[in-house]
Design a protein around this ligand. Structure first.
Ligand code: SF4
Length: 365
């Protein structure tokens, strides 16, 4: 199991000597870091107020995410400073297409997730028990030092569900800003509004994984609700921070054209026509091994639905070399950024504008 976990955490390998003398740990009793959003109840119980689950956690137990533990009537984040994934990757892999294209990011993740997606691509770390996954001791100062050493442009919290290691992410992001680095998060958006607003103060960009557009899909496939995710999309948009949306299209599960059309119209109204939307290809995973890969034609159909709904930046993902991975000027239609997998092979943008018609393209360039 552990050998497999190391393979999954492929981002562990960094280019330099930053970790030459650091060892992997696993299974030690973690000291933890006190959580910010919880309430003390009676009988030593506490209620976590970080995500919509609002777990009531008895003494000695953990919440649904598996990494917030009640010790002596206080709630602790047990993965603070203990990432299981740390690496140097292209920003396009997020995928972020309008946020620092062509740059590298330091990716960071700890074990834990609040959702139970049957199609999770990182289930070996998101759904694992903390004690079963190797980690490194990496303080926020060390994480930022590694980012500077690696000469990346940003730090990205991703792979599992970053909001569940909130306090660690917040401290790393705050310090990263102080050192001139940008920060981003790839999240399910399953978080309460107050902590999200606080978190957005130290983030520059957020990608929300909108997994479907029906309560039924969220309930059956992720053991969660859709509504909190929609609220988070609105909150990020209202904050003015850069927002992108990704939707994994799963055959027969969330690819109904009517649902996709409702989703795109909702996004246009609530996130704006300039918010990039990525439709990515599903491959059989975890508990959905019997579902076939998404036909490329389904992604192209979703693309067409989104464009017809008025979204200006729509992409197809997990199909390397597909022309719908490129960025076109929404006014004159000329191709401005060409991608090949995670590589940028051409970027014709001049100061964030189309060089042919001067249209300004939305994004952080
Ligand atoms: S963050 Fe974890 S402990 Fe807190 S409410 Fe959500 S699942 Fe429960």
């Amino acid at each position: 199991m552990k050998r497999r976990l190391l393979r999954v955490c492929g981002a562990l390998l960094l280019s330099g000597m930053a970790f030459a003398s650091w060892n992997w740990s696993a299974g030690k009793a973690p000291p933890g870091h006190e959580c910010r959003f919880y309430k003390t109840l009676f009988d030593g119980q506490v209620q976590c107020r970080l995500c919509p689950r609002k777990c009531i956690v008895p003494e000695g137990k953990r919440g649904t995410c598996g990494i917030r533990e009640n010790r002596g009537g206080k709630l602790y984040l047990i993965t603070y400073g203990k990432p299981c994934s740390l690496g140097n990757e292209p920003i396009e892999k997020a995928p972020f297409f309008h946020f620092l294209p062509g740059t590298r990011r330091l990716v960071l993740a700890t074990v834990g997730c609040v959702l139970r997606c049957r199609f999770c691509q990182n289930w070996e770390i998101s759904q694992a028990k903390f004690e079963d996954v190797p980690y490194r001791e990496v303080s926020p100062e060390q994480a930022v030092a590694v980012a500077l050493h690696e000469k990346v442009s940003s730090i990205c919290f991703t792979f599992t569900e970053p909001t569940v290691y909130y306090e660690y992410m917040y401290d790393v992001a705050k310090l990263a800003h102080e050192k001139g680095l940008k920060t981003s998060m790839v999240s399910s958006g399953y978080i309460e509004t107050e902590p999200l607003k606080e978190l957005l103060k130290v983030l520059d960009a957020v990608k929300i994984d909108l997994k479907g557009f029906t309560e039924k899909f969220y309930e059956e496939m992720a053991a969660a609700d859709l509504e909190p995710v929609l609220n988070s999309i609105k909150t990020v948009k209202q904050s003015g921070k850069w927002l992108e949306i990704v939707n994994l299209v799963i055959p027969g599960q969330n690819d109904d054209p009517k649902d996709l059309q409702r989703m795109c119209l909702w996004l246009k109204e609530n996130a704006g026509a300039d918010t990039p939307v990525h439709f990515t290809r599903f491959f059989p995973q975890y508990k959905l091994k019997s579902v076939p890969p998404t036909p490329v034609a389904s992604l192209v159909r979703a693309y067409g639905i989104a464009k017809a709904a008025g979204l200006r930046y729509v992409y197809v993902g997990n199909v390397p070399g597909h022309p719908m991975e490129n960025t076109a000027c929404p006014k004159c239609g000329k191709t401005l950024i060409e991608r090949q997998g995670y590589q940028i092979v051409k970027n014709a943008l001049k100061g964030g504008r189309c060089p042919y018609c001067s249209e300004r393209l939305r994004g952080l360039w």
